[in-house]
Design a protein around this ligand. Structure first.
Ligand SMILES: Nc1ncnc2c1ncn2[C@@H]1O[C@H](COP(=O)(O)OP(=O)(O)OP(=O)(O)O)[C@@H](O)[C@H]1O
Length: 599
């Protein structure tokens, strides 16, 4: 193990085994010994005694704070077990660095706070047991963790809906004695009522309560649940800040000099840097060194299209700069990269599995570069090698539409006039791009509210235009040609469907704007709910309560809803063209402007 990991492990135990536990020499866990070779207490390693695989510290009366950020520095950790102690603290977002984690056993402690969203990214997780703690708030979406075998969260104060799982693989499931609400997922008779008892708000066939027909995400209880939510998240944030400040001080004082060399030399995937000690990581260096080698012999790898403040951005600059992982989606990862000591901040999209030739990728990026619109975020540069496709944007510090909507869910103002403006601006920008790039067959490909960003003047900008290959549109066939760039495969039907998919994506954004409900993961749930409410003619129910209270015109809300419903028509060919949509929204906006100026 390198020194940095060792230090983090020691920090972890120092926090965990607060004053009450006497650690004698036999425990190890000090800088003069090696966790693997000297068999630190509770630590198991791989066969070569190089990396820590398991940390098991069960029933040791530990009563300190769990510091996930420290233990996850041992990024090859697959088992963390701290069962039946008195440990306090929370599971921080930094758990995402424990990407090899398969078993997390934290049952029987005093842990609290919200579960981090990043849990959903631990794709190797098999056993998850946090029962008998004080966790609160919602459980993040875990549907992507397809191999999950155990989900034990009984005896906490968790609330919200039980997230979706692949129940077919699940062997142990217990959510009893929490505050879960909404429908009980279909457990197909595999688990008994004891697995979910003690949640009076749960509803559905297997419970004593029938589910109301209306909403998939319990909008009616939204107001009443808001206060506790805010309070809990306040605690979580506070806890996190305290932990981070503590960690920061420690990192700052103990930083070893040879960090970078170690990380690169060992070839470990340390590129998922955590928020507080970014400076310790170079951006995905080990992973990329191969590609930059390769690219030297092929084409010029990094093509700078425009330079924001950095005149001559080099690939090496990107590699060397501190990077922070902002998101990891189906289509790739996004890193925030800081250059020149903070003078320039970039967002680097690393596209996953795009089997397009470098030549085609280059042609596409240059074509996109020529189609400029002030509400389309231009790329600053791109990088292409056989294994890697990167697209560089300027970092937009004002957040996304998705974030704005989340803020409004939590009580921040987001008025009807602004929503209509955003809808109109985005529609117009999309109409421009569709017109401009129709012949090239390049649609956006992944239009959603996280890809609508606000620039410095708080104008909405569509980001990541055209980064998705066509195959996302249709179920992929075995034919490898189908994954290639559409110039080689100009199936007009598929191309036209990709444009229609943008219309659908835009329709979903409109739904989010009028309902105030955020799509998380799959948009289908929101679409289904809106359709069911509209079918029952309870249309007013569908609108964001905040908008109704603000006095937004229900008539115009309804018009926007109707436009949205046309866009999400299940039959792609019946969806309108975006220029028609843009026109309708603009007319609506003009009416709105007129009426408000007469008030
Ligand atoms: N240029 C940027 N500046 C600031 N934030 C950005 C930028 N681009 C994206 N983001 C934000 O970073 C987060 C992660 O982006 P990412 O593209 O990985 O997410 P996504 O769009 O949900 O996923 P995917 O595109 O893979 O489906 C999102 O919340 C997004 O709003």
């Amino acid at each position: 193990e390198n020194e940095e990991v060792k230090q983090s492990l020691i920090r972890f135990i120092d926090q965990l085994a607060a004053a009450n536990v006497r650690r004698d020499q036999s425990w190890g866990w000090n800088m003069t010994s090696d966790p693997c070779k000297d068999k630190w207490k509770g630590v198991s390693c791989d066969l070569q005694l190089k990396s820590v695989k398991k940390v098991v510290l069960d029933e040791l009366n530990l009563s300190g704070v769990v510091e996930i950020g420290s233990i996850c520095k041992a990024s090859s950790l697959s088992v963390l077990s701290l069962v039946k102690n008195d440990i306090i603290g929370l599971i921080s977002e930094e758990i995402v660095s424990c990407k090899s984690l398969t078993h997390l056993y934290l049952n029987g402690n005093k842990l609290s706070g919200h579960l981090p969203d990043s849990l959903s990214q631990l794709s190797n997780l098999k056993r998850f047991d946090i029962s008998n703690n004080n966790f609160s708030g919602k459980v993040p979406d875990m549907s992507r963790i397809s191999g999950l075998l155990t989900f034990l969260v009984q005896n906490n104060q968790l609330s919200g809906e039980i997230p979706k799982f692949d129940f077919s693989n699940l062997m142990q499931f217990n959510v009893s004695n929490n505050n879960f609400s909404g429908p009980l997922p279909d457990v197909k008779g595999r688990f008994s009522a004891e697995s979910w008892s003690g949640n009076p708000e749960l509803c559905g066939e297997s419970t004593s309560k029938a589910c109301p027909p209306s909403s998939p995400s319990t909008p009616k209880s939204k107001d009443s649940s808001r206060m506790p939510f805010l309070i809990y998240s306040g605690y979580a944030v506070l806890g996190l800040i305290i932990l981070l400040v503590g960690a920061f001080i420690l990192v700052g004082t103990k930083k070893p000099k040879e960090d970078k060399a170690d990380v690169a030399g060992k070839g470990v995937n340390e590129y998922t840097s955590s928020s507080y000690d970014e400076s310790k990581f170079t951006m995905y260096k080990s992973e990329y060194s191969a590609s930059s080698e390769e690219s030297r012999v092929t084409m010029s790898p990094l093509v700078v299209l425009r330079s924001p403040t950095a005149h001559a951005l080099k690939f090496e600059d990107l590699l060397r700069a501190p990077a922070e992982l902002l998101g990891k989606g189906k289509h790739g990862s996004l890193y925030k990269v800081t250059l020149d000591n903070g003078a320039t901040t970039l967002a680097v999209k690393r596209i996953k599995d795009w089997r397009v030739t470098s030549q085609d990728f280059k042609r596409r990026m240059q074509r996109l570069h020529r189609a400029r619109h002030r509400n389309i975020l231009p790329s600053v540069a791109f990088y292409s090698s056989k294994q890697e496709k990167l697209v560089v944007y300027e970092y937009q510090p004002n957040g996304s539409l998705s974030r704005l909507l989340r803020g409004s869910e939590n009580g921040e103002a987001f008025d009807w006039g602004s929503r209509l403006n955003i809808a109109a601006t985005v529609a117009e920008a999309l109409a421009y791009m569709h017109e401009e790039l129709r012949e090239d067959g390049i649609a956006h490909g992944n239009l959603k509210s996280t890809n609508i960003l606000f620039n410095n003047s708080m104008d909405p900008c569509i980001s990541e235009y055209g980064l998705m290959a066509l195959e996302r549109e249709v179920p992929s066939s075995n034919n490898s040609q189908s994954n290639s760039f559409e110039n080689n495969d100009p199936d007009p039907d598929r191309v036209s469907r990709s444009f229609k998919a943008d219309i659908y994506g835009f329709g979903v954004i409109l739904l989010e704007l009028v309902t105030g409900k955020l799509v998380q993961g799959d948009a289908f749930e929101l679409v289904q709910w809106v359709n069911s409410v509209v079918r029952e003619e309870w249309t007013v129910e569908v609108f964001d309560r905040g908008l109704i209270m603000e006095g937004a015109s229900e008539e115009r809300l309804l018009i926007l809803l109707q436009i949205a419903l046309k866009c999400i028509n299940p039959n792609p060919y019946e969806r309108p063209e975006i220029n028609q949509v843009a026109l309708s929204i603009n007319t609506l906006k003009e009416e709105e402007d007129k009426s408000s100026s007469y008030q």
